[in-house]
Write a protein that binds this ligand. Structure first.
Ligand code: GLA
Length: 420
């Protein structure tokens, strides 16, 4: 694995060196066949939702485990809460292509073959996602797609793949924008609608060029299940929830329907405290981020389930306006994040990053909301909004009064403002 991540660092450096070139390229609008074909566009009008095997299982996946996971995806209520894509990350392949150059699902891990597994996923009313990489090898060393774009796309389409996550390891001097456009075209050529999830960690500023190439693009490095401490892995660094969050305000204007900034998969249920998990989930929803769970669904606690399947919080993420929250204020570890909603309302998230509870007395009249990006404003001296505490599931007055509450350490209070 060490060698693998040396490549990540290397590609990261190449990314930095090519930033100027990418910026110059980004001035021209990207014309892809994908955006020209109305039939296959609009695959993600709201942020995609699903589950992915990587955060918990890495390459330790097999058919038996994953069928159990599919069953639990349904029985736990995840499907009914809106999660749709069931995605196998790295590690599903044999170490070599076959004599015809075709990828092969590892016969030990998938004795029934990948088509049978895809059929099983579809039989449960879910969509099927798979992973590969733009380089010669995937990050875990399995055969990459470089030079095989069209044949791999055809193979995925024959299996019934609905989502492709496409990584960026072992890419040497490949041009990211070109490599992702090539794969988008290969998918397009199959005639099957395949949601395209770009995963080059934000190295080449995909927010500037990936709109029209894919429906979502990773904007940062890999997440780790820690609220505020990055984890140094030797040659690379896994990022904490708050490190990723802090990178979002700068790119929020690039987020929107069918082109979502991806702050990486969820770590809810993977070891953080209940409060931290709740804050993590709330922030992803405020950011209008793809919600891709990454926990072991079979062992999900009631608390984890209550977070991941909370329909009111998910509705904030899935709001049709598709605008990511902005950070309205930040003082002593206490932040206010604000997201305009399609019904004229707002979601307001008070985030306490600190290690101690903080009391707030929020004066709406003195804090009008103003979002130059969505051109939405709320002046509370005029209009009155009802306040609903989404996690507590109770109404808490109106914007005419002061909002007083205590926010526990590393937690949030999430309010929905609806105009009266
Ligand atoms: C990269 C990606 C991860 C995961 C692994 C698989 O690190 O960013 O999300 O797909 O590769 O090897």
């Amino acid at each position: 694995m060490k060698a693998i991540y040396n490549h990540i660092i290397l590609t990261g450096l190449i990314g930095l060196l090519t930033v100027n070139v990418v910026l110059a390229q980004s001035e021209a609008p990207v014309q892809t066949q994908k955006s020209a074909n109305a039939k296959i566009t609009n695959l993600a009008p709201t942020p995609p939702m699903g589950w992915n095997s990587w955060n918990t299982f890495q390459t330790r996946i097999d058919e038996k485990l994953l069928r159990d996971m599919v069953d639990t995806f349904v029985s736990s209520g995840m499907r009914d809460a809106g999660y749709k894509y069931f995605t196998l990350d790295d590690g599903w392949m044999s170490m070599e292509r076959d004599q015809n150059g075709q990828l092969v699902a590892d016969p030990k891990k998938f004795p029934s073959g990948m088509k049978a597994f895809a059929d099983y996923v579809h039989s449960k009313g879910l969509k099927f996602g798979i992973y590969n990489c733009a380089g010669d090898k995937t990050c875990a060393g399995y055969p990459g797609t470089r030079g095989h774009e069209y044949e791999d796309a055809r193979l995925y389409a024959s299996w019934g793949v609905d989502l492709l996550k496409y990584d960026w390891c072992n890419t040497d001097s490949l041009n990211a924008r070109e490599a992702y456009i090539t794969m988008a075209r290969a998918l397009q050529a199959t005639g099957r609608p395949v949601l395209f999830s770009l995963c080059e960690w934000g190295n080449h500023q995909p927010w500037l060029w990936a709109n029209g190439v894919g429906e979502m693009y990773r904007a940062t490095g890999d997440i780790t299940a820690n609220f505020d401490k990055d984890k140094h892995m030797g040659t690379w660094t896994a990022l904490s929830v708050l490190t990723i969050v802090d990178k979002q305000p700068a790119i929020r204007q690039y987020n929107g329907p069918n082109h979502w900034n991806d702050p990486d998969m969820l770590e809810v249920g993977n070891g953080m405290s209940f409060a931290e998990d709740k804050a993590h989930f709330s922030l992803w929803c405020m950011l209008a981020a793809p919600l891709i769970a990454g926990n072991d669904l079979r062992k999900m606690s009631e608390q984890t389930k209550n977070i991941l399947t909370n329909k009111a919080v998910i509705a904030i993420d899935q709001d049709a306006l598709g605008v990511a929250a902005y950070r309205n204020s930040s003082e002593n570890g206490l932040e206010t994040w604000v997201k305009p909603l399609s019904d004229g309302g707002w979601a307001v998230c008070f985030l306490n990053r600190s290690d101690k509870a903080q009391d707030i007395t929020y004066n709406w009249a003195k804090n009008p909301l103003q979002d130059s990006f969505s051109r939405r404003t709320a002046d509370f001296t005029g209009a009155v909004y009802r306040l609903h505490d989404v996690w507590a599931k109770k109404d808490v007055g109106t914007t005419r009064g002061l909002f007083k509450t205590s926010i526990p350490a590393r937690d949030v209070v999430l309010l929905l403002l609806t105009q009266k």
